[in-house]
Ligand binder design. Sequence first.
Ligand code: GDD
Ligand code: MN
Length: 752
Amino acid sequence: MSSDLEFLSHDEIEAHAPALRADQLFLSIVVPTRNEADNIEPLLGRLRASLPARTFEVIFVDDSDDGTDLIIRKLGAQVVDAQIALVHRDGAERVGGLGGAVAEGLRVARAPWVCVMDADLQHPPEAVANLVARAKEDDVDIVVGSRFCADQATGLEVFGPVRTALSKVSAAAASLLFPRHLRKVTDPMSGFFMVRRKAVDVGALRPQGFKILLEILVRHPKLRPTEVPFEFAERLNGQTKASPREALRYLRQVLNLRFSGGPARFGRFGLVGISGLAVNTLVLALFSDVAGVWYLASAVLATQVSTLWNFALTEKWVFRGGTPRLGLAGRLTAFFAMNNVALLLRVPLLWVLVSGIGANHLVANVFSLLVLSVLRFGLSDSWIWSPRTEERLFNYDIHGIVTIASEGRLPELARFRVDAPIADPTITVRLGRLAERGVAAQELDGLTQLHYVEKFGNLGFGARFELGERSDITATPVLRWSPHVLYTNIVEPVLRWTFVQKGYALVHAACLSEGENAFLITARTDTGKTTTALKTLDQLPFSFLSDDLTLVTPDGRALTYPKPLTISRHTVSAVNTPQLTRTERLKLIVQSRLHSKSGRLFGLIIAKTGLPAATMNAYVQALVPPPKFQVDYLVPHAPVIPEANLRGMAIIQRDGDEGYEVLEHEEALTILLENCEDAYGFPPYPVIKHWLHSRNGLDLATKEREIITQALSGASTQLLRSPDRNWHRMFPEMVRRSVDASDSTQVREIAA
Ligand code: GDD
Ligand code: MN
């Protein structure tokens, strides 16, 4: 009788004490088990083979009668590179079945992320790493392993046609009933997902059997979800515990969840609907019979009046209290739109029921009314009257050198995101309306004020900068919807010079390392830096520091600056197994077009003509965000490391015959700085750059040059020419030459 958590540790370690400390763990894997005796060993083996040692714990929550718990105990005690734990529940303790077991696992999990997966190897253990990669990405709370979102078939056939159909229908029904909660999730029935532990309030869960994910999503509407495709495999040993009983449990669970604001609320909604019918009939009679209006026109009028009636009551009575997300006008419009669409839908629905399947027309009528009421309630509850989510600040801490607190998301800095509020941020970013127009700057003591606001004022691109020891930026509200523009065109330029102020330089170069040795790769924008870096990482044992910008220090170190990589369809084919979903691939076709070299060129030409280029850019990027992915997502096996010693810099170039050339530092530096300017070419940079680096009597440009000179002093600088873009093949040779060169300097130094 033990439903307590038991840590299964290696012999030498005291029994019942965890072998791995909580702060060593990145991931807790929760595995519910019911009679899975023969699956435990292969599951543990494959998990340990595919995840980094000593970063995860596996928590089995076991409801078995076949001795699965004994096997877990035996095997768990042999494992040293992970922490194995067991909660065994006997008879009466087995509340909530599978879902209850998962909830129990969530309760005892210690790592920041919790992955839930089945024991029967239908969820391939190797896919956990893909979920992990996704979780490291910007701003998500839950990563769903989906059977439906991939390019190709994902092993659905495993279930056979009947259960597959049931599975799809129940997924579709759930999406209809919870349109907002599930808007980004194609597979809410999945039993394979990974969630930020602190984002789930386990106490709020009332698990009932299988569909725990759906419950988590519905009860936590603020969770930011994303999906990763995976291939559903055959069950290895034993048999499934799915049953008709589970299906019924699922139905009950869905209804409970949907009407949990109280069946009372749905009841009120229904009553309002019925009262609306009465109003509708009355108004129809008044118009047609009393005033003699044509009956169809009367019907249309009557519907509008009753909709207004329904709206008023729904507003004041059904969804009273709370602050809805939409404004009054928004709610009214949405409600009218919804009711009129519902009206239109009833006709085909009736037709299908009566002519299609031969239902009695009166029964069909009531049925259609009921179905549409449920849907209308779903929409009202989760969209029209859904509560406003609070505004949050996005906080970033870049290597402890610069901190940022921003009202707008800065997706490029996702990996520097911290949860705790920042006391005295180096840079504060606000979103708000600006009174200024055009471009102007002035110096007050210790502070440079500057604004750049394009035509259209607050409806377009605009920013006001107050630059000093601490800087304040206010950007126009539209930039909330264009976070990449907010970062790239407003924050990043300020960051560059803030780093210089602090004694660091943010240079335009990718950076990879081999062991302790870091190598920069610099080039003009769109030459092939990203592809070179990706291919190298894919094929050779290099680590990743950055892809676009690298922070370098005067004492010769390179610090990681892991922005997501902007990729094209081209880049994707450079690597082996990028984990893109079907939607992501489709989107990439459009995104690649727009955010390609020619797309950017077009933008620059627009800028020259004096059109509001930054505004256009902001709008385009709000509609079609650039295709950006974290490196782990493209090459999951490549480690991302915080820093390494700068040993070399490769300048890659397309013209000339293929070959290497050693460059003088001075010359290399000049090219690197040109490349930096090239990276910052887009408006408003050319107009504001002078103020950024020459403010308050500072000369940050000179200082930056000095920092880079010192940073590169121990590095070998080489030109890699390749008309066929073979730089990734040349790179290892360049690395070898750099290491040789620095070894020989060291020898010379010793000799001298
Ligand atoms: N602790 C506990 N208690 N575990 C259970 C129970 C229970 O009552 N019932 C099932 N499990 C465990 C099984 O041992 C297995 O590890 C996992 O939960 C999934 O059970 P299966 O019986 O293999 O379910 P399935 O393969 O039919 O359904 C799976 O795939 C569906 C589609 O993705 C589950 O993951 C479903 O949740 C999922 O919807
Ligand atoms: Mn299964």
